[in-house]
Design a protein around this ligand. Structure first.
Ligand code: PGA
Length: 254
């Protein structure tokens, strides 16, 4: 049985003061919900402060990016060792990083390997662009992204995958539950071919892209979907709480 997960990706939002306020607003409510892994991913500069605020709670912490070298002359970068000291999860290969910061499959692979080496749990993001979707190339694209991101990794312990169709991110145009479920089922098959049935059955695969309190139920009712990576809606305490609460209720009765 896979424990569902809702991860909030705050992206480049919130000052430290705002992050503290947001955590204070959602901490108690989140802590009361069980049967779901509740993860928040604030900007790097707030990680240490947020960590203190949630240390007595069941809320878990993640970062939004990582560099693949352990230390050295890489001005401005954040290493796996630094993060392993602060948080449990790290988002890798988000489409915004692929698009605006030219991250390639090879870099993402190095980042996933470095995260696993440091004992971090990567939330690996994959997903097709609109034109790829319209050309019927979704399966081909996610297959290639999985191949390159997981190259040379024998055992993806702690790995989580987030299927995020690029056309659904921040656009208000979410995929349908059925579409997402089909692609996630396909991703699980690819994982099964590479790592075997047991690992594929245990691996959590999330949906991401314009998830809101209003459409959460549609996704969580799908058997292949193990949770969500939530952007915009994770910045509103009440909405995020509602997403987590609905997930807990729906997945519990399954
Ligand atoms: P969104 O972002 O929920 O704002 O669409 C999701 C994500 O980018 O992880």
């Amino acid at each position: 049985m896979r424990v569902p997960m809702i991860a909030g990706n705050w992206k480049m939002n919130t000052t430290v003061t705002e992050a503290v306020a947001l955590v204070n607003e959602m901490r108690r409510g989140l802590d009361e919900i069980d049967n779901v892994d509740k993860v928040i991913c604030p900007p790097f500069v707030s990680l240490a402060t947020v960590r203190e605020l949630i240390k007595e709670s069941s809320i878990k912490l993640g970062a939004q990016n990582i560099y693949f070298e352990e230390k050295g002359a890489y001005t401005g970068e954040i290493s796996p060792l630094m993060l392993a000291d602060l948080c449990e999860f790290v988002i890798i290969g988000h489409s915004e990083r692929r698009q605006y910061f030219n991250e390639t499959g090879e870099m993402i692979n190095k980042k996933v390997r470095a995260a696993l080496r440091a004992g971090l749990k990567p939330i690996l993001c994959i997903g097709e662009r609109l034109e790829e979707n319209e050309a019927g190339r979704t399966e081909e694209v996610v297959t290639e992204q999985l191949r390159s991101s997981l190259a040379g990794i024998d055992y993806p312990s702690g790995l989580i995958i987030a299927y995020e169709p690029v056309w659904a991110i921040g656009t208000g145009r979410a995929a349908t539950g059925k579409q997402a479920n089909e692609t996630i089922g396909f991703i699980r098959q690819i994982i099964s071919q590479k790592y075997g049935k047991k690992i594929a059955q245990d691996l959590r695969i999330l949906y991401g892209g314009s998830v809101t309190a209003d459409n959460t139920a549609e996704f969580m009712q799908q058997l292949e979907i193990d949770g969500a990576l939530v952007g915009g809606a994770s910045l509103k305490a009440n909405e995020f709480l509602s997403i987590v609460k609905q997930t807990s209720e729906i997945k519990q009765v399954r």
